[in-house]
Ligand binder design. Structure first.
Ligand SMILES: Nc1ncnc2c1ncn2[C@@H]1O[C@H](COP(=O)(O)OP(=O)(O)OP(=O)(O)O)[C@@H](O)[C@H]1O
Ligand SMILES: [Mg+2]
Length: 255
């Protein structure tokens, strides 16, 4: 049984259909990359899986760990182990990263029937996980994403992922706006969090990221559907040929 099984997923915003029959099977231990032109539904797919109520699922099903994901409220999805790193992370002024994370970690523990972490246990966990993304104490003490540079937001995102230890993560353009060093740090962070017990979907426009986070599969999401899947070489082929190639291929299939 797959960890996450997306079958014929259709989703709309208002009367505009954005996802038009997405099929994707993800197993534990796998890293998948989703690529595709702007505005074709990549972020929408991640948002629908995470439970964003802006979108209406009109057809299809999503099974996570054998359960119907679409029936779960957004907080239950997170507690069950779904994590979404945002393309544009939100700022939460006045709430420190540590308070924010303490609440999030303890909510998850409560759902799983575990006692909340004590202050010292929590600090120990923070110290350990800050190392994953080389996060400085100074940054960790600031309000969530408030005034963070693009790179700091992305670091914080992977830090959150490390703290929550999700089973199924979606990272949406984690590479955008990162300098060379930050890209390496963030990618190394993701690699440290990879395990045989979890799965990660990396949404990216650039093959470059996939030199650092080597995916098992690459998919092209085009006009609301996954129209092509392959190994990591597919990302290189896309970079060389562009999306025009995908369009021509689809057109020739239709003929
Ligand atoms: N709130 C909204 N109202 C109207 N249209 C929306 C809304 N949110 C998303 N869309 C539309 O849905 C389509 C898919 O958007 P989505 O963000 O999923 O694309 P994407 O593949 O992630 O693109 P990018 O590569 O630019 O991040 C776009 O045409 C977008 O304008
Ligand atoms: Mg997007």
């Amino acid at each position: 049984m797959s960890l996450l099984s997306i079958r014929n997923l259709h989703a709309s915003i208002g009367d505009k259909e954005i996802l038009k029959g997405v099929n994707l099977e993800i197993n534990k231990g796998e890293v998948h990359s989703i690529m595709g032109p702007n505005g074709n539904g990549k972020s929408t797919l991640a948002a629908v899986i995470a439970g964003n109520s802006k979108f209406t699922v009109t057809q299809g099903e999503v099974i996570f760990k054998g359960k119907n994901l679409l029936e779960m409220p957004i907080d239950v999805r997170a507690a069950e182990g779904i994590f979404l790193g945002f393309q544009y992370p939100v700022e939460i002024p006045g709430v420190s990263i540590s308070n924010f994370m303490r609440t999030a970690v303890n909510e998850q523990r409560k759902y799983r029937g575990l006692d909340p972490l004590s202050a010292s246990e929590f600090l120990k966990l923070m110290e350990e996980k800050k190392k994953v993304v080389e996060m400085t104490a100074k940054l960790a003490n600031r309000s969530v994403n408030e005034g963070f540079s693009g790179g700091e937001k992305k670091k914080n995102e992977i830090f959150q992922m490390a703290m929550l230890d999700p089973i199924m993560s979606f990272l949406d353009e984690t590479d955008s706006g990162l300098d060379i060093d930050a890209l390496r740090i963030v990618a190394n962070g993701v690699n440290k969090l990879r395990s045989s017990e979890n799965a990660i979907v990396v949404i990216t426009h650039y093959q470059r990221l996939l030199d650092y986070i080597v995916p098992d599969f690459v998919h092209v999401l085009y006009e609301g559907k996954i129209v092509k899947s392959g190994s990591k070489e597919l990302a290189l082929e896309l970079e060389a040929k562009g999306y025009e190639w995908i369009r021509e291929e689809l057109e020739s299939k239709q003929k």
